[in-house]
Write a protein that binds this ligand. Structure first.
Ligand code: HEM
Length: 407
């Protein structure tokens, strides 16, 4: 997918301003002189709103609008982070080598430099080419099994009964773990594994015998690849293998599950568009990308400044607001609208630069097979009358439930 307009990254070592915006770059400390009300989710007139303001969690978009228009780069005292909200600036920040992932964890995404490249090189091949093709059959089969389980019913909740299972099963398959263990793994994913945290004590205990077996008898799966790989001439420790597996389960499982929930909600809200996609499945990928633009499952990615970057001091935390960037009117026409046929929805929901997500193809095929499986058993899929999806989740809202009629 074409990423569209890009702000060139500031060169390493440059101390020029990070945000090349025309709007004033201000701090939320002293009040700004103009007194346009920040609106819902905002602070007082002229004062920059905070990420932690009441209401922002459930509807961050009013807050993002205020930031984009009036405070494109701002220090948010309450969250102790510099907020970046415009599309071009978010891309620029993610490409800037002076802004690194905070070393708050031990997983792939928390690493930089040579170790990061080495660990990335280990997992990336599993998500392209022949390995990805091999995964496709498993994802497709699981999607149909899940869809058939609810097919005879009149009503279902697609979040609880479909979205939360399919992506975890896809990564369980990629790792070569038994599909029957998906339920246990899924429970761990829901209690502690997220896109950035790959260590979960129970998961590690569960994985230990599989790691021992794969070290002795490697197969063609991703867990075997991790067990047999060498970085700097040495094998990865059991803990590192379990950490990478946990990252993949957290990243691929929960994140894709939430994205799938938003995708189905967007289509169910636009039955005309859903009907077109049902008859022309090749349009599914565009519809999925558009949902990720409008409702990404990760609204924030965090960075730490290694050196001063414009007004951002060394050591400061920077929050790159993906959820805001995807709705920047300077990049996307009518950005709040869901348009499954939008020509260029971009791919910023997967990040940018050296930490760009390695899983877009797996996520996209999970969405594609998921939707097709549901359509095959329930071509008249629609909301339960009167039902409206309620978003849940701190700063990355996705529907808590999707109550649908199947026939
Ligand atoms: C809709 C689904 C997904 C979305 C929106 C998404 C989004 C992202 C984003 C924004 C990042 C960058 C984080 C940063 O820069 O700090 C990232 C990194 C990552 N994602 Fe995903 N992701 C998705 C699915 C997946 C899947 C299916 C996998 C694998 C099974 C995966 C594995 C990873 C890993 C390992 C990283 C760390 C990469 C690195 O640090 O080099 N993600 N993802």
């Amino acid at each position: 997918m074409s990423p569209g307009a890009v702000t060139p990254a500031a060169p390493a070592g440059s101390s020029g301003p990070l945000v090349a915006s025309t709007a004033p770059v201000v701090s939320s400390g002293p009040p700004a002189r103009d007194s346009v009300s920040p609106g819902r989710g905002g602070g007082g007139p002229g004062r920059a709103p905070s990420l932690l303001d009441v209401g922002t969690e459930h509807d961050p978009h009013a807050f993002y609008r205020t930031l984009r228009t009036r405070f494109p780069l701002v220090y948010d005292e309450r969250s102790d982070a510099w907020l970046i909200s415009r599309y071009a600036d978010v891309r620029g920040a993610l490409a800037d080598p002076r802004l690194v992932v905070p070393p708050s964890g031990r997983t792939l995404v928390h690493r930089e430099g040579g170790t990061h490249s080495a660990h990335r090189a280990l997992v990336s091949p599993a998500f392209r080419g022949a390995a990805l093709a091999a995964l496709t059959a498993g994802v497709e089969r699981t999607a149909y099994v899940l869809a058939r389980r609810i097919a005879a019913r009149e009503e279902a909740d697609l979040v609880a009964e479909f979205c939360h299972w399919l992506p975890t099963a896809a990564v369980v398959g990629a790792l070569g773990l038994p599909y029957e263990d998906t339920a246990r793994v899924h429970a761990w994913c829901r209690s502690g594994l997220d896109h950035l945290g790959g260590h979960h004590p129970e998961l590690e205990v569960f994985l230990r015998p599989y790691i021992a077996r794969r070290r002795a008898h490697p197969g063609a799966d991703l867990l075997s690849a991790l067990c047999t790989a060498r970085t700097d001439g040495r094998r990865l420790s059991d803990e590192a293998v379990a950490g990478l597996a946990g990252t993949l389960l957290g990243a691929g499982g929960e994140t894709t599950a939430r994205a799938l929930g938003s995708f189905l909600a967007n289509l169910l809200d636009h039955p005309g568009q859903l009907a077109v996609i049902r008859t022309r499945p090749t349009l599914t990928q565009g519809a999925w990308a558009e949902s990720l633009r409008r409702d990404p499952p990760l609204h924030i990615v965090e960075r730490r400044a290694l050196a001063p970057v414009g007004v951002i001091p060394e050591g400061a935390t920077v929050a790159c607001l993906l959820g805001s960037a995807g709705r920047d009117p300077a990049r996307f026409a009518d950005p709040d609208r869901y348009d499954a046929f939008r020509a260029d929805p971009g791919d910023l929901a997967y990040g940018s630069g050296r930490h760009f997500c390695p899983g877009p193809l797996l996520a996209a095929l999970t969405a594609e097979h998921g939707l097709h499986a549901l359509m095959s058993v329930a071509p008249a899929l629609r909301w339960v009358p009167g039902f409206r999806p309620v978003p849940e989740g701190p700063v990355s809202p996705s529907p808590r439930a999707l109550r649908v009629l199947l026939h």
